[in-house]
Design a binder for this molecule. Structure first.
Ligand SMILES: N[C@@H](CCSC[C@H]1O[C@@H](n2cnc3c(=O)[nH]cnc32)[C@H](O)[C@@H]1O)C(=O)O
Ligand SMILES: [Zn+2]
Length: 431
């Protein structure tokens, strides 16, 4: 099967070509076969892309997809209260079917706003994997692991089963990670056990880190260390594996030097951090230290929506205001964070994250012939600061057209919305 994208303004996000050029992209099965000028005759299908930007699909580096069912349910509380009084009781009621439809709701929102790969940490991951398979998105799946008493073992078993059952499945679109939830929910022996497994199995780790002031003081009180030093001392950053760290809001300079040892990096979720009143992560310092930073949303229970174009604006705006300096981060850096840097964090940058011959075809087309996207002076600035998720016209993942002219091709959108509306009543009743 050969699909041709014709006459697009191509933004490869590849280091070597800085400026977009008008041209064609030929996709053969799952892969980008040629970028340049291609005759329409050789293609089975032609997508006319005049007036559109073609760029790599966006990568959401942190999500809890079924929490989309808990959108607009608890919005103005502190993190611990939000989590313990609202989210956890509602999550405890989620059936496997709720998980499937909740994650499907999140996935179709992500696809419709330009995300083609995402990282998910949750429970009942089999059902999320089914939704990933059915929808056509690419995902890195993690069973979130907590150990409150002696109950971590069973969860870890489930995490390992997920890896065995789903790694490389759905046509290779699914990868997996090990997922200790956070320093404050995982005692030292549990972290060590997971780090050892990651080392043995050569798999990445996905964990929350230093999200609030409270977390830092709690860990200092209990262990005499910051959350970052706690993980560092347990050897989490010294393995051969990548660690995807969500948030990293409250770190000092010593913490940042510890984080340099890690082969993964930080998933920055600015709007979730803002809405939970957590703080502003020092993204400029991470970038200065050479630490990889990607952009995520976190679950819609805190992030409210899963639009990475929105998160790019918050990322840029917050760093500029935090350092009283608009030059600390630029539009191109924001777009890199949302594409290739995110791909590094998911450990799939060999396959996606830029448009290059030989890479998998994860491509979005953005309609830039709209009042808020004209003129086209600087395409990076246009995409990072002016565009929103609803400007994404067409989305191709793994060579398959999953959305065309804003219409989903793999899933019945109206059906998913009805399922979500009906299921949420039971989940939030009297909480
Ligand atoms: N609660 C699960 C384990 C973790 S899955 C991922 C968890 O992270 C929680 N979560 C979502 N967003 C955040 C956040 O911003 N900080 C900390 N936890 C979060 C979410 O409610 C979910 O329970 C169990 O009982 O086994
Ligand atoms: Zn989270």
């Amino acid at each position: 099967m050969k699909t041709l994208i014709k006459n697009a303004l191509i933004l490869t996000m590849n280091e070597t070509d800085d400026q977009p050029v008008t041209g064609d992209i030929l996709i053969k099965d799952h892969t980008i076969q040629y970028i340049g000028t291609v005759s329409e005759e050789i293609a089975d299908e032609v997508i006319q892309a005049d007036g559109m930007v073609a760029m790599p699909g966006l990568i959401n580096t942190h999500n809890h997809s079924p929490m989309s069912l808990l959108r607009a349910f608890s919005d103005d509380l502190r993190l611990m209260e939000w989590l313990e009084k609202k989210m956890l009781p509602a999550e405890a009621r989620m059936t496997k079917e709720d998980i499937y439809w909740g994650s499907m709701l999140a996935i179709i929102e992500m696809i419709k706003s330009g995300t083609t790969s995402y990282a998910d940490m949750y429970i009942h991951m089999d059902y999320i994997a089914e939704a990933v398979k059915d929808s056509g998105i690419r995902a890195s799946l993690t069973r979130g692991l907590i150990q409150l008493k002696d109950d971590g073992g069973k969860r870890l078993e489930e995490g390992l089963e997920l890896m065995q059952k789903w790694s490389g499945k759905a046509d290779g679109r699914i990868t997996t990670m090990l997922g200790p939830h956070a320093p404050y929910t995982c005692p030292p022996s549990f972290i060590e056990k997971i780090a050892t497994l990651a080392k043995e199995m050569q798999v990445p780790i996905h964990i929350h880190l230093a999200e609030t002031h409270e977390e830092v003081s709690k860990m200092k009180q209990k262990y005499g260390k910051t959350p970052t030093q706690y993980l560092y001392d347990l050897g989490l950053f010294s393995g051969d594996y990548h660690v995807l760290l969500a948030h990293g809001v409250h770190v000092d300079d010593q913490d940042i030097s510890f984080l340099k040892a890690n082969k993964g990096g930080i998933a920055h979720n600015p709007f979730s951090n803002l809405k939970l009143g957590c703080g502003i992560a020092p993204i400029k310092k991470y970038l200065d230290a050479g630490i990889t930073v990607g952009i995520g949303t976190d679950g819609a229970g805190s992030a409210s929506s899963l639009d990475l174009f929105k998160e790019m604006k918050f990322t840029g705006g917050l760093q500029k205001v935090n350092y009283f300096d608009p030059t600390v981060i630029d539009a191109k850096t924001l777009l890199k964070m949302a594409t290739i840097e995110g791909a590094k964090l998911l450990h799939i940058d060999r396959y996606v994250g830029t448009l290059e011959v030989g890479k998998l075809a994860d491509i979005i087309l953005i309609d830039i012939m709209q009042p808020h996207l004209v003129p086209h002076n600087d395409i990076y600035a246009l995409l990072a600061y002016s565009a929103t998720g609803s400007d994404v016209h067409t989305s191709i993942i793994h060579g398959n057209i999953v959305m065309r002219d804003r219409k989903l091709q793999t899933v019945d959108e109206a059906f998913v919305l009805r399922e979500a509306l009906q299921r949420v009543q039971r989940l939030i009743k009297e909480i």
